[in-house]
Design a protein around this ligand. Structure first.
Ligand code: PMV
Length: 326
């Protein structure tokens, strides 16, 4: 079962981890089949599951009904299983566009997959996506693909080795490995939480309007060229495509004054900066001027953001084998 680097079988208790993510190109358009580039980041969720008299998440028994990710994860990966006490801890801010729900879904499915005999990585990618999509109602497998694969991946783009495809009844997304250029990135959370589903539905309406097809084509071109620039390790071209992508995100209405303030604060220490994730709040991603990372985080913090210096996390969701228990 672990032949593809999948999750091996392990009895309860089990501990798993999964990274958050940062979308560099193509958010929103990827929901409609356009390419995207996403990287797993070295902020992660850790999750520990053990047998218990009643099912709970972080000691909350109501979470089975009230937390849609927990509910959908149990329904899909633990349908008739006995009660579990699950504990999850995370360094990923919630509702920030940095993949906290994808990391939780991937870690939960990985942990329960281990207990049910192991799970191949492509099945983990599909099932973690189904959990997130059922919980949100809409969306693409971008976040869960990064959390399951680790490193950098392209959806519907790039020419690297194919990893797997993830599908709904209506659409499939091809996931391919993109080599990590080894750059340091900075992300900053605006502090404004928002629901991804609402943002995705609003942009969907915009893309269904008269000029929607032309707009989607511009998203496609920017992401395709951006992915090629990352593969060539061409920072100037990556920065130019990030700026173009930001202009498109503003045009479809997902910017916010707080995000604009963070983008302005980043500018003197950045090669480029843009919204990452659904927008309307959430976070920005910055390609720093090399050597200016600390200055950049100070500027972002002074502007009211919560900054993190991040690198792509090399490994996707997996078991924690060291005995470390969250
Ligand atoms: O959850 P967020 O904020 O990272 O948004 C995910 C990216 C979207 O393209 C907006 C939605 C999706 O499912 O791809």
């Amino acid at each position: 079962m672990a032949a593809d680097g999948g999750i091996p079988a392990q009895p309860l208790p089990v501990a798993a981890r999964a990274p958050g993510k940062c979308i560099v190109f193509g958010e929103h358009a990827v929901v409609h089949g356009a390419p995207a580039l996403v990287m797993a980041i070295d902020l992660e969720t850790q999750l520990f599951a053990r047998a218990a008299p009643a099912t709970s998440l972080n000691s909350d028994a109501e979470a089975v009904r009230e937390n849609p990710y927990f509910r959908e994860g149990l329904a899909r990966a633990w349908p008739d299983g006995p009660p579990l006490a699950v504990r999850a801890v995370s360094r990923i801010p919630r509702g920030a566009g940095l993949g906290s729900s994808a990391a939780f879904s991937a870690a939960l499915v990985a942990a329960l997959g281990a207990v049910t005999g192991g799970i191949a990585r492509r099945d983990l990618a599909q099932r973690a996506f189904e959990v997130e999509r059922a919980a949100q109602g809409v969306g693409s497998p971008t976040d869960t693909a990064a959390s399951v694969a680790g490193g950098c991946v392209a959806l519907n783009g790039g020419d690297g080795p194919p990893l797997w495809s993830v599908r709904t009844d209506e659409r499939a997304w091809e996931v391919r490995r993109v080599p990590d250029p080894g750059w340091v990135w900075v992300v900053a959370h605006s502090g404004i939480r928002r629901a991804t589903g609402d943002q995705v539905r609003a942009v969907g309406r915009r893309l269904a309007s008269a000029d929607g097809a032309a707009l989607l084509e511009r998203f496609r071109t920017v992401a395709r060229e951006g992915i090629a620039a990352v593969v060539r390790e061409d920072r100037a071209a990556v920065a130019a495509r990030m700026r173009e992508n930001q202009a498109l995100l503003t045009e479809v209405g997902v910017s916010h004054p707080r995000l604009e303030a963070l983008l302005a604060a980043a500018a003197p220490a950045a090669e480029a900066a843009k919204i990452t994730g659904a927008g309307g709040g959430g976070s920005i991603v910055v390609l720093p001027i090399p050597g200016r990372e600390v200055d950049l985080t100070r500027r972002l913090a002074r502007a009211g953001g919560l900054p993190f210096v991040v690198r792509p996390a090399p490994h996707g969701a997996g078991l924690i084998e060291s005995g470390v228990r969250p």
